[in-house]
Design a protein around this ligand. Structure first.
Ligand SMILES: [Zn+2]
Length: 284
């Protein structure tokens, strides 16, 4: 049964406080991703160092006979060993991705419900949220997207590491240089995972919030720019200043027309803008 539509009991519109992404959910997701990446990195470093010592690149080897990369050369031994190692780590990420994505999506959706309930309560409305088709759909889509992203973290990292190792072999570079490059790559992968955790928490909060509000018959919102972002988009600040500083009104279903496209707050990378939803007054 659909929830009853909300209407302001007075003639005036009620503005709801924005629902923000839950920092605890983001931190928990990020922490788990970082843990997996660290395990993968440590294992790769250990393995690559052992392999590198056992199969040094031609120019570092004592044996002058290793001038080519024919089968049986150190480069080929290394390549095969790296493939095996990559497959093993890809499998490990594959195995855990679904559970972690489900855990995250569940927590993010739950936290959004709790916060929206609180926002509505402060505005004078008591609601109960139930599992609905639309929310379930949004959650399933988010699980799929996050499984793909989690897998891509391992995939990109392993591809880059394989490339670094093989180039290092070909150029006859020493293990110290290679280890330094691997550590730099590790930092890039860690930063990417943090970005994914933050971005996905924002998106998940926004989509669940939007779906819930639509179910409650809330159809319009005002665009609010938050001052948290480092480099705010000029057009987003302008949308927030529209209508004498109250923020541009838009249809929640369609999104807000900014820079020629319909978007929702928090949808673009690093956008910290939020929505202030409108519960219409009786007369509207
Ligand atoms: Zn923005």
């Amino acid at each position: 049964m659909p929830a009853p539509k909300l209407v302001s009991p007075t003639g005036k519109d009620i503005m709801l406080r924005p629902v923000r992404a839950n920092a605890g959910v983001e931190a928990a997701y990020n922490k788990q991703l970082q843990r997996w990446i660290e395990m993968m990195h440590r294992s790769l470093i250990y393995f690559i160092q052992a392999q590198y010592r056992a199969n040094p690149p031609p120019s570092l080897a004592q044996d002058a006979g290793w001038e080519s990369f024919r089968d049986g050369s150190p480069a080929n031994a290394m390549r095969r060993a790296m493939h095996r190692m990559s497959r093993r780590w890809m499998k490990a990420f594959d195995k855990g991705a679904e559970d972690l994505a489900k855990y995250f999506v569940d927590k993010a959706a739950g936290a959004t419900d709790v916060q929206l309930k609180d926002v509505l309560k402060r505005a004078g409305f008591t609601v109960e949220f139930r599992a609905t088709y639309a929310v379930n759909n949004a959650m399933q889509a988010a699980i799929g997207e996050n499984v793909g992203l989690i897998r891509s973290i391992a995939q990109q990292h392993l591809t880059e590491v394989e490339g670094l190792v093989m180039r290092s072999m070909q150029r006859g570079r020493d293990l110290g240089d290679l280890t330094q490059e691997l550590t730099q790559r590790y930092d890039i992968t860690k930063r990417r995972a943090s970005f994914i955790a933050r971005d996905q928490t924002n998106k998940m909060t926004a989509v669940i919030n939007r779906t819930r509000q639509q179910e409650l018959g809330i159809t319009q919102a005002r665009w609010r720019h938050s001052h948290g972002g480092k480099q705010p988009r000029k057009s987003h600040v302008e949308a927030s200043q529209a209508d004498s500083g109250k923020g541009k009104i838009y249809d929640i279903e369609k999104g807000c027309l900014i820079d020629g496209e319909y978007i929702w707050p928090g949808e673009l990378p690093n956008c910290r803008c939020t929505a202030q939803s409108i519960i219409p007054g009786l007369e509207n």
